[in-house]
Design a protein around this ligand. Structure first.
Ligand code: BLA
Length: 507
């Protein structure tokens, strides 16, 4: 390339990993044209089938294999449904030599792709039974993700099995781990978004299980009919695709010998993944991978179900609190008094370290808050920013300069205006988090000087590195905002009533 190589964080995102044109050596690949002519084969085909690339390229698929095998492949191709469908069939005898293969069959553009791996199942695996028993154990008292890493370890034997969860910014954290006792745990470590580029994430959504059997394994190129040389095969849905050298370098730097990644999706989006590492090469046969894939899908559903249940419980809690609020006002007859009492109960829904209730110029403080004088001084800021709507910040010192002096007591605030007058508020404060993020390696050390000049490169060091984040509280979540909004409307209605604008009987 003549043009200077520009280094930026999107360079990684542009590597066309699905057109890598190579597979891993554990199996072979055949791509058939519309008329079932073999137009691409992996260069290692002779190792598996005893037929050379030259024997196969350009020949009809029919000529090389047993009738039953051809029939099976044809059937599988006919039931493929949609661009992400992969049919699988185990222990198929392709030739008259007794050798059995597990096949993955899918369509890629105009090609039908057949990938084969020697069948090594001992016949004891029954995916359905296994997943069923795994699910039963997941009903137990330990947390879903903790149980999941234990079960995936039991099933696959990887040295390290992690559940990795993505944050909104694409970074992620290891939230559960089962690791060989002599290895350093990664639990709690954060990894920056750039570790998994965009196109790799897109593939993880489409193709939920990726195995890399041997980080040092020599990739096997695909041989192509000359007439097809300009139609590179899209390997997005391949099970054997070789991995990007960028990622290989990353894994080498980590000291990893083999990986398996199982996507966990929520509403069709990447929620997280089960990430497995082995320190030496490790082969997980296709049948087992299929079981793990099924398990991953079940786990995704369980996580989704649990999160929905949490949201429902939270909503119900909000509703109960709203009713209590209304009842309390009716009983006491004074909204201001009830609000002070109920503000405390609201911290069940909106966890905080301190509360300030400001009504009619009177400030009541509870817990860790700015002082009364500091709250008074804050009023001008609130009048501008929280007029008639909820206002939140997790970095008060950034938006309100004087806030820096009380950051130790109140670094974040959620402001609930409770009347139409711009002076009545409930303010929930959160302390500065003793905040550090443990990154696996310093995330900003990504550009290195290589032979071709500076380029973006996977990190070399994964030693835990603590980023100290100052002046920040825990974030206010969308659920907390929604609950606060319900409370705002309820309180507003009550304050209006107190002002005699509506009849209490209306409740
Ligand atoms: C892919 N990087 C990945 C994948 C994971 C990670 C899981 C998908 C691997 C797969 O398909 O099996 C990263 N693995 C992790 C993380 C953990 C883990 C965070 O276990 C945490 C526990 N990587 C870089 C940089 C680049 C890069 C700087 O660090 C680009 C210059 C590239 N990562 C990169 C590429 C892929 C990848 C290209 C896709 C690999 C492929 O499918 O061919």
């Amino acid at each position: 390339r003549d043009e200077p190589y520009t280094v930026d964080l999107t360079s990684c995102d542009r590597e066309p990993i699905q057109y890598i044109g190579a597979i891993q050596p554990i199996g072979f690949l055949l791509a058939l044209d519309g008329d079932w002519q073999i137009s691409q084969v992996s260069a290692n085909v002779a190792d598996h089938l005893g037929l050379s690339v030259e024997d196969l390229l350009g020949d009809p698929f029919r000529s090389a294999f047993r009738d039953e095998a051809i029939h099976e492949v044809r059937n599988r191709l006919s039931v493929l449904n949609g661009p992400n469908a992969v049919e699988r069939t185990f222990a198929v005898q392709l030739q008259n030599n007794g050798a059995l293969y597990d096949l993955a069959i899918h369509r890629s553009g105009e090609f039908s792709v057949i990938e084969g791996e020697p069948h090594i199942g001992a016949g004891t695996l029954n995916a359905g039974a296994m997943v069923r028993s795994m699910l039963e154990r997941m009903q137990g008292p330990s947390s879903l993700v903790t149980e999941a890493v234990r079960l995936v370890h039991a099933l696959t034997g990887f040295d390290r099995v992690m559940i990795y969860r993505f944050a909104a910014d694409g970074s992620g954290e290891v939230i559960a781990e089962r690791v060989r006792p002599d290895l350093e745990p990664y639990l709690g470590l954060h990894y920056p978004a750039a570790d998994i580029p965009q196109q790799a994430r897109a593939l993880l959504v489409r193709n939920p299980v990726r195995l890399l059997v041997d980080v040092e394994g020599e990739p096997i190129p695909l041989a192509t009919l000359p007439a097809r040389a300009n139609t590179p095969l899209d390997l997005s849905m391949s099970t054997l695709r070789a991995h990007s050298v960028m990622h290989i370098e990353y894994l080498r730097n980590m000291g990893v010998g083999a990986t398996m990644t199982v996507s966990l999706l929520r509403d069709g989006q990447l929620w997280g993944m089960i990430s497995c590492h082995h320190m030496t090469p490790r082969h997980v046969c296709f049948e087992q991978r299929t079981t793990v894939e099924l398990f991953g899908q079940m786990l995704s559903l369980l996580i989704e179900k649990r999160e929905r249940a949490e949201i429902e419980a939270y909503k119900a809690h909000t509703h109960r609190l709203r009713q209590d609020l209304v009842a309390a006002v009716i009983e006491r007859g004074s909204a201001a008094e009830s609000i002070a009492v109920l503000a405390n109960r609201m911290s069940e829904l909106v966890p905080c370290d301190g509360i300030a209730v400001c009504i009619d110029g009177v400030v009541k403080l509870d817990g860790d808050t700015p002082t009364a004088a500091e709250c008074d001084a804050l009023q001008g800021f609130l009048a501008i920013n929280a007029a008639g709507q909820i206002y939140t910040t997790a970095q008060l010192g950034q938006v309100y300069e004087p806030g820096r002096s009380f950051v130790d007591r109140a670094a974040g605030m959620l402001v609930l205006p409770i009347s139409r007058a711009p002076r009545d508020y409930i303010v929930f404060f959160r302390r500065e988090l003793p905040h550090f993020v443990s990154w696996a390696g310093k995330p900003d050390k990504l550009v290195v000087n290589g032979p071709e000049g500076p380029r973006l490169s996977p990190r070399r060091s994964f030693e835990a590195w603590r980023e100290i984040v100052r002046g920040q509280s825990a974030a206010w979540t969308p659920a907390e905002l929604a609950a606060a909004e319900v409370m705002r409307v309820t309180l507003l209605e009550m304050v209006l009533q107190q002002a005699g604008m509506t009849e209490v009987e209306n409740w």
